[in-house]
Design a protein around this ligand. Structure first.
Ligand code: FES
Length: 81
């Protein structure tokens, strides 16, 4: 049986989301960017289907993960890039 909610951290902040929530959605709900452009602008998920790469984040120490394609799991650590 799947839990109703999971807890993750986004840039060190605890965030609780419904089970099955994508990391991209969790980032938007937390008001956190996915990454920063080379000029320092905050970026956010755009296409939501794995094409644009704007949603790249580091997940559990692994960089360049597409957050729109990943589901939140308990104790995941998500860091903006
Ligand atoms: S939002 Fe475009 S690849 Fe994830």
């Amino acid at each position: 049986m799947q839990p109703e909610e999971v807890s993750i951290t986004v840039n060190g902040r605890p965030v609780r989301v419904a089970a099955g929530t994508s990391i991209a959605a969790a980032l938007l709900m937390a008001g956190e960017p996915s990454r920063f452009s080379v000029t320092g602008e905050a970026r956010a998920p755009l296409c939501g289907m794995g094409i644009c790469m704007e949603c790249r984040v580091t997940v559990n120490g692994v960089p360049h993960r597409r957050s729109c394609l990943l589901t939140c799991a308990s104790d995941m650590e998500v860091v903006s890039e």
